[in-house]
Write a protein that binds this ligand. Structure first.
Ligand SMILES: [Zn+2]
Length: 368
């Protein structure tokens, strides 16, 4: 084998030591926090947002949707060409293809880690805020749910995004949420950037079919949101994706920081959106531990909150199907590869953080 091929082989198989090195805990969270998450990453993030802010809509979405098809098309084209050639060697071609795909995957993973992925391994948000995550009695969860439902009912009376004439101003809400991040911690979030990096997508239908409400695309630094989802979901989804942009990679942590930030808003829609999401996750956990308490509290939903629950169900159920299942499986695998052992269930772990925060309330302050 020539040197060139050996070099390619080395790059391809380097994905194995990369996976071991990045996910084994050899690099301590404290080291990653100081050198990457609060050191190198803010510069990378700023550079990416500067490079990709020129388009109003998601560039990452186009890359994610089109590039795999272009690569598959090229592979098929070259394969057919090989079959037609007189001195064809299909076995050699397939080996070469496999090697090239391995090189691509390995390189992509390395870039992913450099531009964002290390944030999965930083100091956890509960440690940053000095919270105590611990097993707690169900009674605490019941109190949490009750408090959140009450707040939700009140907030929903102050805003009606479904009344005739109501228009959701995407850019304005993105601006407000970014300002909330900066109010929350002016040091850490001072350079989060412009609302131009919180983007609507080109194909909300495709996103919905894949059961995606929002997605952070790390290679372009864009926080992408499916703008066709029910209006009451949008502010929280935007805040969640901005949380990823700010360097909170884990799903429960992006949910938690989004909640902390949005609950300080003067805009009742932003607040409501966050509390409604918190109710969804908390009640989702309660039904697993105490069904009677769940049904008792479920009765406390105001009719407007109830309508929103069915709006969300109605919207997402119309896209339910095998693609949504595949997408969820891929997300589950992706999260597990990045050391999130609970996979897609990790979104719901925000409840552990909400319970811990009841013990030690967080006000607008820099993390400890
Ligand atoms: Zn997320």
């Amino acid at each position: 084998m020539k040197f060139f091929s050996n070099k390619k082989l080395l790059i391809a198989i380097s994905i194995i030591p990369q996976l071991i090195l990045f996910n084994s805990g050899i690099l301590s969270p404290k080291f990653i926090e100081s050198s990457y998450s609060t050191g190198f990453y803010p510069y990378i993030s700023r550079l990416l947002r500067w490079l990709f802010h020129w388009s109003d809509k998601s560039i990452g979405e186009k890359i994610a949707l089109y590039v795999p098809f272009i690569i598959a098309g090229l592979c098929i084209y070259k394969f057919v060409k090989q079959l037609k050639s007189k001195d064809r060697n299909v076995k050699q071609y397939l080996l070469k293809l496999l090697l090239n795909l391995g090189v691509g995957l390995s390189t992509l993973y390395m870039i992913f880690m450099l531009v964002w992925g290390f944030n999965y391994h930083r100091v956890s948000i509960d440690q940053q805020f000095g919270l105590r995550k611990a097993p707690r009695p169900t009674s605490e969860l019941i109190v949490l749910c009750d408090t959140l439902i009450e707040r939700c009912n009140t907030l929903r009376e102050q805003v009606n995004p479904y009344e005739p004439g109501y228009e959701f101003d995407y850019g304005q809400v993105a601006t407000e949420i970014l300002a909330l991040y900066q109010q929350f911690d002016s040091t850490r979030y001072s350079n989060l950037g412009s609302p131009k990096c919180v983007k609507e997508v080109h194909h909300p239908y495709v996103m919905a079919t894949l059961s995606i409400g929002g997605i952070y695309f790390p290679f372009t630094g864009e926080a992408n949101v499916n703008q066709a989802a029910p209006t009451h979901e949008l502010p929280f989804t935007m805040a969640h994706e901005i949380g990823h942009q700010a360097g909170y990679a884990r799903e429960d942590e992006a949910n938690f920081i989004a909640f902390l930030v949005c609950r300080n808003s003067q805009n009742p829609l932003i607040q409501y959106s966050a509390y409604r999401a918190a109710v969804k996750y908390s009640m989702g956990m309660l039904i697993e531990y105490d069904e009677d308490a769940f049904h008792y509290l479920r009765e406390k939903y105001s009719s407007k909150l109830n309508d929103d629950v069915y709006r969300s169900l109605g919207y997402w159920q119309q896209y339910d199907g095998p693609m949504a299942d595949y997408s969820s499986d891929i997300n589950d695998l992706y999260l597990k590869v990045n050391s999130q052992d609970e996979g897609v269930d990790s979104y719901g772990l925000i409840v552990d953080l909400l319970l811990a925060e009841r013990e030690r309330p967080i006000t607008n302050t820099s993390p400890k």
